[in-house]
Design a protein around this ligand. Structure first.
Ligand SMILES: [Zn+2]
Length: 275
């Protein structure tokens, strides 16, 4: 059994959670209910072991539902108030209202950015290397949860999520709290040069987010690219937390598409306005 540390990079273990779950102190202190689940504490066997929250990777539905229920319970919530999305590596956003968004066991609508201002509702997105982004407006009490792999980063999901909160919730970018969850790190993320060009086309300086690796091909820092996009969108540097954890280096705790291949599970990131 893997020991779960009390602190991991910029995250701390959520006290009293039934399954291992990390949170960002600045977001928790400003009132956001949120958690980064790990692969531990679930019911799925290998190759999904154990807390896989995705229906799309070949795992059995009943196990995924149990895992999602455990993820909701870890945040003091319930499965019936959990809402997910079918992630398509795009930059479309969707406002979630519990009454008119399908429940977690149904086919979820496509989106890579979910927004919610409804107390008690929990947003769930699924990850295995792509960057989790959480944005929290503690004044307006709205949250956005986003999924940004290289394609999403090239589409500037980070800025799109900020703009969506401005439009829907009347947020001011400088008033937002932001967190960047565990994602594949520059250490492990070798990419084609065209991927770096696509990301830098959003205005991110390629030299700040990539470096040549031992094979002579570039390695990309997705988390840093997203941090720079958040800054460009007006989020203040002191309000951005980062996990600083590489999913491919920490397959003891997280799933990694690059390191584990197919099939593998997806870990959950959950956020919602407290009831
Ligand atoms: Zn790594």
């Amino acid at each position: 059994m893997t020991d779960v540390p009390d602190a991991l990079g910029g995250m701390v273990a959520r006290a009293g959670a039934a399954v291992p779950c990390f949170e960002f102190p600045a977001l928790a202190e400003s009132g956001l209910r949120h958690g980064v689940l790990t692969r531990l504490g679930g019911v799925s066997p290998a190759p999904y072991a154990a807390l896989n929250v995705s229906f799309a990777v070949g795992d059995e539905r009943a196990r995924v539902m149990e895992n999602r229920a455990r993820a909701a319970h870890a945040l003091g919530g319930e499965l019936g108030r959990l809402r997910a999305a079918r992630q398509v590596h795009g930059a479309a956003w969707r406002v979630v209202r519990c009454g008119d968004t399908p429940p977690a066991e149904a086919e979820a609508p496509p989106a890579d950015i979910l927004l919610c201002g409804e107390p008690g509702t929990l947003l769930l997105l699924k990850f295995a290397d792509c960057t989790p982004l959480i944005l929290w407006d503690a004044a307006q009490r709205w949250v956005a949860l986003a999924h940004a792999g290289w394609r999403g980063t090239a589409l500037n999901v980070a800025a799109t999520a900020v703009a969506a909160l401005v439009q829907v919730a009347g947020s001011r970018p400088e008033g937002l709290w932001a967190a960047i969850g565990p994602a594949i790190g520059r250490c492990c993320y070798e990419v084609a040069p065209a991927v770096v060009r696509a990301v830098s086309a959003t205005g991110v300086d390629a030299e700040r987010v990539s470096a040549l690796g031992p094979s002579g091909r570039p390695h990309l820092d997705l988390a840093e690219a997203n941090r720079l996009q958040l800054l460009a969108a007006g989020v203040l540097p002191g309000r951005i937390s980062a996990a600083g954890v590489c999913t491919a280096c920490r397959t003891d705790l997280f799933y990694s598409h690059r390191a584990l291949g197919v099939p593998a599970g997806r870990f959950g990131v959950v956020a919602g306005v407290p009831a």
